[in-house]
Ligand binder design. Structure first.
Ligand code: HEM
Ligand SMILES: *[C@@H]1O[C@H](CO)[C@@H](O)[C@H](O)[C@H]1NC(C)=O
Length: 479
């Protein structure tokens, strides 16, 4: 009898202690306030609850109200400190590699590969970053400008001949094809296999509950990765078997590096990089373009101002046959405000993850070494203290934004050392696409356009629009 009672007593004490520790993790100081939720699950379910607004996720908003701008929680079994504080976010970004290190949940690394650029540090990271900048930096973009323009023109023309077009999917395809060509010389028309297919419904799986069983979005996402990686590997091998004299794409550059012998690059790292870049380029930018077109449709005054800017560029052009020049691109001042404003409201990246490398003190709080930290850009972008009437789409607000405000209160593309390497690429894509769209076409919504955040941004019913070529005679008589 006694051993049984003892056993039960020990179990009860152990479980109680474990539950107590779950709610009250060890810390050499003051932990930020918050709840750790259910054992094992934490507050994961609440975090992923769909939310149909542009506003800060209710998960974050409720906890900000209860606990203040910095709070603790538990997501997928991991203790996480969530920061909605501009100053703390700034410190987190600036201290990359010192107090904090880029870190993503296991579900991300499963999908993007353990050696993806976000999980690499130090020398290898710098090396890869330079490779990416070589491809997506200003010098390459200058050369790419006319190609981006003709791709946009060609696609718009095709869509205008259709009854309606789902803009998110259509722009994703457009950008995917362009990046795939630059990266691996992939031509969907000439290829027997469809690479893009493996990336479909990818973001739903990526920012979703990481349960790898058939039927879940996460499972589909992992399957897609497997197939895409196999294709990329095959393509790299084919290219290796038939080397080219002239480097025409990123693969050629990678092969040259791999064959150099003393390079730190490995095939696995190169393939993970291709995969991340293919995904990052089309998914983020197509969402941003779709959000911009949706918001322009809802705000005729802004569309009018944007159209003016782009018609002026055409009007002032000496050689009417030539395409966009870099100087013209740089002159699109209203467009750049609109792009920032779109990124601020869209919050395509709802959370940026880091890991504390040591115990970190901020104000009264201590964040224990090893804990995850999530910077929450939407909470900063939609805080009325930083942006007046934050839910209003108002590109003009960027006129009065000083540089300091922009760097602390605008983090759609991250910050510090890990600032998004695709920012310039995205801006070129968006600006050129909008240029082609507003100078030649008008559009009306056929259906869809509603958003949902899970917490990743999605258009659950798509955004179907009908494009028509502008009739010059019908234009505003004041012009
Ligand atoms: C609207 C478009 C985009 C948004 C909102 C966006 C957002 C971000 C953010 C917030 C980060 C920082 C992540 C961190 O600090 O951990 C980031 C990093 C990154 N982005 Fe983007 N991005 C966009 C477009 C692109 C494009 C077009 C590419 C590729 C061509 C790209 C490639 C990358 C890469 C490789 C990183 C990792 C950089 C590093 O770890 O240093 N992004 N992006
Ligand atoms: C857009 O935001 C960036 C910060 O990422 C800032 O440097 C830039 O000046 C802003 N652009 C405009 C037009 O305000």
């Amino acid at each position: 009898m006694w051993p049984v009672i003892l056993c039960i007593a020990v179990t009860v004490v152990a479980v109680t202690h474990w539950l107590y520790r779950w709610q009250n993790p060890r810390c050499n100081g003051n932990l930020p306030p918050g709840s750790m939720g259910w054992p094992l699950l934490g507050e994961t379910i609440q975090f992923f609850a769909p939310n149909p607004t542009w506003d800060t996720p209710p998960f974050v908003k409720e906890r900000m109200k209860r606990y203040g701008p910095i709070f603790r929680t538990n997501l997928v079994g991991r203790p996480v400190v969530v920061s909605t504080d501009s100053d703390f976010n700034y410190m987190i970004f600036q201290q990359e590699g010192q107090l904090f290190q880029s870190w993503y949940p296991d579900s991300f690394t499963e999908v993007f590969g353990r050696q993806n650029v976000g999980s690499l540090h130090g020398y290898m990271y710098k090396y890869l970053k330079n490779m990416v900048l070589y491809l997506f930096g200003p010098e390459s973009l200058k050369k790419m400008l006319n190609e981006v323009e003709s791709v946009a023109e060609r696609n718009l023309q095709k869509w205008a001949g259709q009854e309606s077009v789902e803009l998110k999917e259509a722009t994703a395809n457009m950008i995917f094809d362009l990046t795939a060509k630059k990266l691996i010389n992939y031509d969907p028309e000439k290829s027997s296999e469809n690479l893009r297919e493996n990336f479909v419904a990818f973001i739903q799986g990526l920012i979703s509950f990481p349960l790898d069983i058939p039927g879940t979005a996460y499972h589909k996402c992992l399957q897609g990765r497997k197939k895409a990686m196999a294709m990329l590997k095959k393509m790299l091998e084919e290219r290796r078997a038939n080397p080219r004299k002239e480097k025409s794409c990123f693969f050629d550059y990678v092969l040259e590096e791999l064959d150099r012998g003393d390079s730190i690059l490995t095939e696995a790292i190169a393939l993970d990089l291709m995969f991340v870049l293919l995904f990052a380029s089309y998914e983020t930018t197509s969402l941003a373009i779709t959000v911009a077109v949706k918001l322009l449709g809802d705000n005729p005054r802004i569309l009018h101002e944007l159209t003016d800017e782009h018609e002026n560029i055409l009007r002032n052009r000496e050689n009417t046959e030539s395409g966009l020049t870099w100087k013209e691109y740089k002159s699109m001042t209203f467009t750049f405000k609109l792009i920032n404003e779109t990124a601020r409201l869209a919050n395509i990246v709802p959370g940026v993850f880091r890991k504390a490398l040591k115990d970190i003190k901020f104000k009264d709080y201590t964040i224990p070494a090893g804990w995850a930290v999530m910077v929450c850009p939407p909470a900063v972008h939609l805080n009325p203290v930083n942006y007046k009437d934050p839910l209003e789409f108002n590109p003009w607000r960027w006129e009065k934004m000083d540089q300091k405000g922009a760097s602390k209160n605008f983090m759609a593309f991250g910050g510090g050392m890990r600032f998004c390497v695709g920012t310039d690429f995205t801006k070129v894509q968006m600006a050129v696409f909008l240029h082609c769209l507003v100078t030649k076409y008008r559009w009306k919504t056929v259906r869809g356009g509603e958003i949902i955040r899970t917490p990743g941004l999605q258009f659950p019913n798509g955004f179907h629009v009908q494009l028509t070529v502008k009739d010059k005679q019908q234009q505003d008589p004041s012009e």
